[in-house]
Design a protein around this ligand. Structure first.
Ligand code: FE2
Ligand code: FE2
Length: 300
């Protein structure tokens, strides 16, 4: 079973300034001046070529497709994503996809934009009173999607997952006799010691969530949000791989080791490969993973 994990695609979509409202204005300005040129579309075209040659069984996209959740960004992103949208695709939203209350569906009765545009690839919704829990089964594997995002002030980007979501997830897996699962959530559950997040950026209750997961740990926790790649090996506190593929479509620099991961799983073993864009070849090529073994994983 081959799983490709992409994250934080932040597609470069130009927006008419007059159509921006509220926090979209500073958000879009920040994006235009600081980020847009770091996200040339040819990187995405190269990812599509690489994914087609890998021919994976599963493609996971762990959020932040847009920048300010503008409807035009959603329309354009759906066209850009078309080559990878199919039966094997599983996607969840990131904080940039829930940037405003309109996009997040917290105002009025309309569906959130992410659901409106991408429902066919978001898995089956498990009925909870109101919360987000989505599951897709591919072969012997269950993919579990959580939504750690909510609209916040322009200065914040933190995440939160209700403990009842963890209980419902574990109950569902038990009831359906799904032994092996991969958890996908936008915010990290672990950071390398040198890449800690501020309280305005991290998942606020992640240690409580990690504690509950010990009861039935996933094979791997796939996320994005911090724009540099890493892989944490299983350890006693978090006995699963933690894989960060953000930001797959960004040009790499010293602080941003961009790329994506390929997980190969043969029911007993997981092998992880990393791909980054090679300027010389104009393609994504395999490179070393940035990995952290047990002795180095004491960062929280
Ligand atoms: Fe992001
Ligand atoms: Fe994010």
């Amino acid at each position: 079973m081959k799983l490709v994990h992409l994250s934080d695609l932040h597609f470069p979509v130009a927006l008419p300034f007059m159509t921006l409202k509220g926090k979209m204005i500073p958000g879009y300005m920040n994006y235009t001046f600081r980020r847009m040129r770091k996200y040339p579309i040819f990187l995405w075209d190269a990812i599509v070529r690489k994914v087609e040659s890998i021919n994976p069984d599963i493609i996971v996209i762990s959020g932040d497709i847009t920048n300010v959740s503008h409807r035009t960004e959603y329309e354009e992103s759906k066209k850009i994503l078309a080559p990878v949208l199919g039966d094997k695709t599983f996607m969840i939203p990131g904080n940039h996809d829930r940037y405003t209350s309109i996009a997040a569906g917290t105002k009025g009765l309309d569906l959130p934009y992410y659901e409106k545009f991408f429902s066919p690839w978001m898995g089956e919704s498990i009925p909870l009173q109101k919360d987000y829990l989505r599951i897709k089964k591919i072969g012997k594997l269950a993919l579990v999607g959580w939504d750690s995002n909510m609209p916040l002030s322009v200065l914040n980007a933190y995440g939160y997952v209700g403990e009842e979501i963890v209980h419902s997830t574990l109950e569902y897996l038990e009831k359906e006799k799904l032994d092996q699962y991969i958890l996908i959530c936008h915010h990290p559950i672990w950071n390398p010691p040198e890449r800690q997040e501020s309280s305005g950026h991290k998942m606020k209750n992640r240690e409580e969530i990690a504690e509950l997961l010990k009861k039935r740990p996933p094979l791997a926790y796939l996320h994005g949000h911090v724009h540099t790649n890493w892989v944490k090996y299983p350890d006693p506190e978090k006995p699963y791989y933690v894989i960060n593929s953000a930001s797959s479509t960004r040009i790499s620099d010293k602080r941003h080791q961009s790329g994506f991961h390929l997980m190969e799983w043969n029911e007993t073993q997981i092998n992880i490969k990393r791909f980054t864009f090679s300027n010389e070849e104009g393609e994504f090529t395999e490179t070393q993973t940035i990995s952290y073994q047990e002795k180095e994983t004491n960062g929280r």
